[in-house]
Design a protein around this ligand. Structure first.
Ligand SMILES: [Zn+2]
Ligand SMILES: [Zn+2]
Length: 256
């Protein structure tokens, strides 16, 4: 079991994670938790994140910790119609990212359940096929707000997702060497995902695994007390029958 890694972590700089997530504090906590390798992957959703990303990079230059760190970024969909992402090849070159993770973060105007599923599938495929993206983040995550305003309240299990979607996604992942993320914060600890959803999700990962897909795992922590959730993601992958050999760990970055 890979309970010694966390490959999707936010920091205080982008304003999404809270003030507990300063770079030195999170590195220290990861060391205490026994993590040997982590990836810092804060958001890049647009120009507003230029300065925060530079500040994270500066913090990492003063890095002094036994924990190996991969310098990464999380992107989202820039234009759902054009199927583009907020991180481009130019940005990867500018910031020197060694690890790009991303995926859809909403419904993108779709309103009917089958239309929402179709849109997610299309945007997940576009993510997996984007050559700069290493990992598809949290498949089938939707924000808490979507459930509270009723737009996703029908989504209590995964029975509506056609099997051919899973087959197509798995084939695209294998062909493009893109991994699928097991995200504890976004899935296991989602406030609106109950037992049936989690049971179906485990089956979904098992199905992808049998088709040769590789996985990463993470806390997706936005608060320092949530970093330990990566261990739940590691346990969930074990329950889904994913062997350690099918867990992808990127190379550590040279931060100097
Ligand atoms: Zn995300
Ligand atoms: Zn995230």
């Amino acid at each position: 079991m890979r309970d010694d890694i966390d490959l999707h972590i936010h920091t205080t700089h982008c304003g999404c994670a809270n003030e507990t997530m300063s770079v030195p504090a999170l590195l220290e906590r990861c060391d205490e938790l026994g993590y040997r390798h982590i990836a810092i992957t804060d958001h890049y959703n647009g120009e507003q994140h230029d300065e925060p990303q530079k500040r994270i990079q500066e913090d990492l230059r003063d890095y002094d910790s036994p924990v190996a760190v991969t310098w990464g970024v999380e992107c989202t969909i820039a234009d759902a119609e054009a199927e583009t992402h907020t991180v481009t090849e130019e940005l990867v070159a500018e910031f020197g990212y060694d690890f790009v993770i991303g995926g859809p973060h909403g419904r993108y105007e779709a309103t009917e359940p089958d239309e929402i599923i179709e849109t997610q599938h299309r945007l997940m495929l576009a993510t997996v096929c984007n050559p700069i993206i290493d990992v598809l983040v949290h498949p089938w995550w939707f924000s808490r707000r979507e459930f509270e305003q009723g737009t996703m309240s029908w989504f209590t299990d995964m029975s509506r997702i056609p099997p051919w979607h899973v087959e197509e996604l798995a084939a695209a992942c294998v062909e493009n060497e893109t991994s699928v993320e097991m995200n504890a914060g976004g899935i296991i600890h989602h406030p609106h995902f109950e037992q049936q959803m989690l049971d179906d999700y485990r089956e979904y990962l098992a199905d992808l695994c049998e088709r040769g897909v590789t996985f990463t795992l993470c806390s997706d922590a936005h608060d320092i007390d949530r970093l330990e959730w990566a261990k739940d993601a590691a346990g969930f992958l074990v329950e889904a029958g994913v062997p350690d050999e099918q867990i992808f760990v990127p190379e550590p970055s040279d931060l100097s």
